[in-house]
Write a new protein. Structure first.
Length: 449
């Protein structure tokens, strides 16, 4: 798969090859945007609050708006990776300092392990929907082996996606769209009342990839290729995926999908040649688990930069497979959402500090980069703002904490508020204020001399 092709260096000290063009990036992110989870996730797009269904027009507009906002954030997070050649968690050395960057790195490792196991679970469930006689455990192990192989040869895997898999995915999506749209019952009723929470949900789907973006963008030939690939590829794919999911949920029945998310696979398998085309989408799902395993590998190299990444990839592949075999990943999903929320305000802080204050010219990713404690303030305030403004339910106990805090401070969450945007805007503004004050202090100090 990688004969004659330069691959990712084995340790963090190696030089990252710049071999991925806009088509490579676009194909990667388009494949990441088509997710089997997205089909069942259309249920939350249609009715994000559980009591105020959207109209079809409102749901589709929310998909486009949320995807564009979310992918713009991911695209901005990708650019510093291209310019510095550093993975995502290593970039945080320049933001927080080397030692402090270990905290978000550990959080990212936890969430990527969880998401990797979650993807193996959904692959196995989808395969079981097509070939019910094969035990779930067999599919998990097969998917785990393939995922690990892809993570060992990441750049070669991306080229395979561009040259072969993407074409199959496009044909499959067109085939399913043709049949499901004609088979689905007429979508009537609904309103725009829950439009903002629906946008919040779609943004959350997109920005969950923020901690992964630089891991792949570091190999882009240009910043433009990285940004365009993310925004163009992922937006088109996610809009198509969620739009198709709306019709699949309508056929399967919203109550059935709410009770068992994998029941949404039934309408796909039932169409003519459905097993063949759904098998293509299921095989493609391994790029999701591959991205999670590879990002975990890059995160671990921030902690242990001289360890061969292939050792990490094999160990992580084994661990995610074991988790998928023994853990109820359904109950883990909401917890992963809570962890993932820390990265939206964090990368808003990074974007302001990196782009607006010219630190891109001297971004320090050395393993002795000095600690920058002041950058923890906008991150923390952005995290709080995220949970004060979001309407997306997660864990009952966690959600109650923020309900109580809103009541205690007299804060009213308006229907138009959005958690991802709220957290990002607050984190960005506070970072901007800190940067301006620091600049003013330097000028006053210089004048005093």
């Amino acid at each position: 798969m990688t004969h004659g092709v330069e691959e990712v260096p084995l340790t963090l000290e190696g030089r990252p090859p710049k071999t991925l063009g806009v088509l490579d990036q676009g194909a990667l992110w388009a494949n990441l945007g088509v997710s089997l989870l997205g089909f069942s996730g259309a249920l939350f797009l249609i009715n994000p609050l559980g009591d105020a269904p959207l109209s079809l027009a409102a749901a589709l507009v929310a998909t486009v708006v949320g995807s564009l906002i979310g992918t713009a954030m991911v695209g901005l997070a990708a650019v510093p990776g291209t310019q510095t050649g550093s993975p995502a968690m290593v970039l945080l050395r320049g933001l927080f300092g080397a030692r402090v960057s270990y905290v978000p790195t550990v959080l990212n490792i936890v969430q990527m392990l969880g998401w990797g196991a979650f993807e193996l679970w959904v692959i196995a469930k989808a395969a079981s929907a097509m070939f019910g006689g094969v035990p779930y455990q067999v599919w998990v192990i097969l998917a785990g082996v393939l995922t690990t192989a892809l993570a060992i040869w990441p750049l070669g895997s991306i080229r395979v996606l561009r040259r072969y898999v993407t074409i199959g995915v496009i044909v499959s999506m067109i085939w399913f769209t043709w049949h499901l749209v004609s088979d689905a019952p007429a979508y009537t009723g609904g309103s725009w009342e829950a439009f903002a929470p629906a946008v919040d949900y779609v943004i959350a789907l997109s920005v969950s990839w923020v901690p992964v973006a630089a891991d792949f963008a570091r190999h882009s030939r240009s910043s433009g290729a990285a940004f365009t690939g993310v925004v163009g590829g992922y937006t088109l794919a996610q809009v198509a995926c969620l739009g198709l999911g709306v019709y699949a949920v309508a056929i399967a029945g919203a109550d059935a999908v709410a009770a068992d998310s994998t029941s949404v696979f039934g309408p796909f398998v039932a169409v003519p040649l459905g097993v063949l085309f759904f098998a293509i989408l299921t095989l493609r799902e391994t790029d999701q688990s591959f991205a999670n395993v590879y990002s975990t590998t890059m995160s671990l190299q921030n902690l242990m930069p001289r360890v061969d990444r292939r050792v990490f990839s094999v160990a992580i592949g084994l661990l995610t497979t074991a988790i998928a075999l023994v853990v109820d990943v359904n109950s883990y999903g909401a917890f992963l959402g809570v962890i993932g929320a820390v990265f939206v305000p964090m990368f808003a802080v990074l974007a302001v500090d990196y782009f607006l204050f010219g630190r891109s010219r001297s971004w320090n990713t050395a393993d002795d980069a000095p600690s920058r404690w002041s950058m923890l303030v906008p991150w923390a305030l952005g995290f709080v703002a995220y949970w004060l403004t979001t309407s997306t339910p997660t864990l009952p106990g966690w959600d109650q904490i923020w309900t109580d805090l809103r009541d205690a401070i007299g804060f009213t969450r308006e229907p138009w508020m959005n958690g991802a945007l709220g957290g990002a805007v607050v984190a960005a503004l506070v970072t901007l204020l800190i940067g301006l004050l620091a600049g003013l202090a330097r000028r006053l100090s210089s004048a005093a001399r």
